[in-house]
Ligand binder design. Sequence first.
Ligand code: ATP
Length: 237
Amino acid sequence: MALLEVSAIEVNYGRVTALSGVDLTVNEGEIVTVLGANGAGKSTLLRAILGAVPLKAGGIRFSGADITRAPTHSRIASGLVLVPEGRRILISLSVEENLQLGAHMRTDTTRVKAEIDAIYQRFPNLAERRHMLASCLSGGEQQMLAIGRAMLAKPRLMMLDEPSLGLSPLFVSKLFDLIKELNRDGLSILLVEQNTGKALGVAHQATVLELGRVVMAGDPKALAADPRLQQAYLGEG
Ligand code: ATP
């Protein structure tokens, strides 16, 4: 069943057309990856889905409802969450305070506490540093914290904007293991990545953007074998 349906959306920044006629579907339980060079419109697509930039044309449905004109906070309340590029954790707060922020809209405090404990079990590095400032974490640990915080919002669809950017190879592997694990636990994921090989390896569907348009879409295995994609994005591994 379709969880997210983006239909023919157009987004402009002044005279710059950032997205044009973009279609995208994420079915319940899927990982969908969006690939493309810098400036292709990937972040804009995620911002449009969250309602952070207005649409010039097209529509968005989430979980059966038309959210095209819904404000961002109600989209978040309905189960959409974005882990933005650069992670945006609050480095002057502790690890634990960052996690608690993810749950700020929830009133089931006992469950929240249990879920924070579950996150600590999953990420022992965060548990050890729970009372330290988030600025003390490595880039990889900050990314795990950003994802942990997003999980506490109880999303139905988690959008990740270039989560592997700047991480060491070890953390990149850990990150992709985590993405697969969260998906196995039932979370649907929309993944924007520059690490094309890894992203195609975990995704159920892939879409390639170029200058704000969808130029390729479909089965990740078929896309990975497509000479056009190999030439454009897989060259550097
Ligand atoms: P990157 O990987 O570099 O973030 P991207 O694929 O996410 O690239 P976007 O950031 O969505 O691409 O940008 C798409 C286009 O819109 C680019 O031409 C960019 O210069 C332009 N753009 C993005 N944000 C703004 C903005 N706030 N104002 C004006 N133009 C913008």
